[in-house]
Design a protein around this ligand. Structure first.
Ligand SMILES: *Cc1c(COP(=O)(O)O)cnc(C)c1O
Length: 458
């Protein structure tokens, strides 16, 4: 099983080349449970099977039921649109079994990942000491960062390690932060937003009230740079003013919006991000990296090390048992709750190096530009209403007179016809159409087709 097989290699490579050349790839469709069960019935047995047969099961029955997130008209949730260079380099990682646990085992991979993290840190305006690691995504980043926020908060207040503490979040915070707080056993202090945006003023009022009311101390605040549903950026500067004045940990969830750091006009809106104690950016979203790639940065990585470094004798070798310098020998396992990990920052490193950061700036800007142009198109279309001016790349649209089921039926029709994958969302209690742009190659013609289908199919 472990020796090189020319025939097997060729077959898989042929498939890879075929997939890479599709431009665009087929959009894909929803799978049928019974059909899939049937297709997989004899897939794994005691005896070997010809690779060609197994590949055919994959290409004919499985692959078509995975919607292509790299199709330019994938506008649901938050799309992924890896560059070809990044996608190709992901294969290098896999074929080379590259791993990225520690400096001892993977210094070259870790050094390259850290170069990318440094680039993010510089764009965000974090200090020279800032650092972290790549994790599987925003959820893993939020969890890893908030453990450090909680434990550091307790430590600074002289509380014992089980003492109840609270973390302030807005009522618009990502669901993964809610999950995180439940996992951590930390009570949220939910701060109401006006116009879906956490402001310094609202935070100040909530913290003052919480202080007067007694209860567990608030040790950290989570701000969002680009809500997933609507792309709204919190008042980071105002929030940072409060966290700095009160010695609170500031975690900024920029999983989706962090890519805006690359575009000077958008960067303006992220003012205050430089005050983050921890920061999450998902390159597998608007930075065109393959799944699963989240970047996690700490202002002071020492604090993260104190919380995350795993203590097991078989790991002594990676933690400088020989007296090596911890600052230069960087172990990604010390900065999140993971241990074994692939160096998932490397495909992004390769693509950034190949294309240069100007190309990234332009591609990120293009998503915001198409969102703005779509907004103008919506305004000019009778029967459609723009619900909010897009701040990043999400456009929310009401089709006058539609009920929730109309939006869901429309979404299904669009996917079935191979036109686009657009899923409805809820905005202020109402089901609406939501278009999330990212792919730089989406055309205005496709956007027009999608908007027309909203109007025509009433
Ligand atoms: C997508 C997203 C997350 C979760 O990231 P995953 O990579 O899906 O785990 C968290 N916060 C925000 C704001 C997001 O947009």
């Amino acid at each position: 099983m472990h020796s090189y097989d020319e025939d097997l290699t060729q077959q898989v490579m042929d498939h890879l080349l075929h997939r890479l050349r599709l431009d665009p790839p087929p959009l894909g469709r929803l799978g049928d449970h019974q059909e899939l069960t049937l297709a997989l019935k004899d897939a794994i047995g005691r005896a070997p099977q010809p690779p060609a047969d197994v590949l055919r099961t994959y290409t004919d029955s499985l692959e078509p039921t995975v919607v292509s997130c790299d199709h330019p008209a994938f506008l649901a949730f938050i799309p992924g649109a890896p560059t070809k260079a990044a996608a190709l380099f992901d294969m290098v990682l896999s074929a080379s079994s590259l791993h990225g646990v520690s400096w001892l085992e993977a210094s070259g991979a870790v050094a390259a990942e850290n170069q990318v993290l440094r680039l993010f840190a510089d764009l965000a305006g974090l200090p020279a000491a800032a650092g972290g690691c790549f994790v599987s995504g925003g959820s893993a980043g939020n969890l890893s960062a908030l453990v450090v926020a909680r434990d550091t908060g307790r430590h600074r207040r002289g509380l014992d390690e089980r003492a109840p503490v609270r973390i302030a979040v807005s009522d618009q915070v990502h669901s993964s932060v809610g999950n995180t707080l439940r996992i951590l056993g930390v009570e949220p202090l939910v701060v109401p937003t006006s116009d879906h945006r956490l402001t310094g003023e609202a935070l100040r009022a909530a913290l003052d009230t919480a202080e007067r009311g007694g209860g567990a101390p608030v040790v950290a605040v989570v701000a969002t740079a680009g809500t997933t549903n609507a792309g709204i950026i919190d008042d980071l500067e105002g929030v940072a003013e409060q966290t700095r004045a009160r010695d609170l940990w500031l975690h900024i969830d920029a999983a989706y919006g962090g890519a805006a750091l690359f575009v000077p006009e958008l960067r303006e809106r992220l003012r205050g991000i430089e005050h983050a104690d921890s920061l999450v950016v998902d390159p597998h979203k608007w930075m065109f990296a393959p799944f699963d790639c989240g970047a996690l940065l700490y202002r002071d990585p020492k604090l993260a090390r104190a919380v995350h470094t795993q203590d097991a004798s078989y790991l002594d070798a990676i933690h400088g048992a020989d007296g090596a310098d911890d600052e230069t020998e960087w172990n990604p396992s010390d900065y999140a709750y993971h241990l074994t990990r692939r160096p998932r920052g490397l495909p992004l490193w390769f693509s950034l190096a190949v294309h240069g950061t100007d190309a990234y700036r332009d591609a990120v800007a293009r998503g915001a530009d198409i969102a703005r142009r779509t907004a103008r198109l919506v305004e000019r279309t009778e029967g459609l209403e723009l619900l909010r001016e897009p701040e990043l790349t999400v456009v929310l649209v009401r089709r006058t007179g539609w009920q929730p089921e109309d939006y869901y039926a429309w979404s299904k029709r669009l996917l079935a016809s191979g036109t686009a994958f657009v899923t409805p969302s809820v905005w202020e209690g109402e089901t609406v159409a939501r278009l999330a742009f990212l792919h730089p190659d989406i055309t205005e013609e496709t956007v027009r087709t999608i908007l027309d289908s909203l109007v025509d199919e009433g």
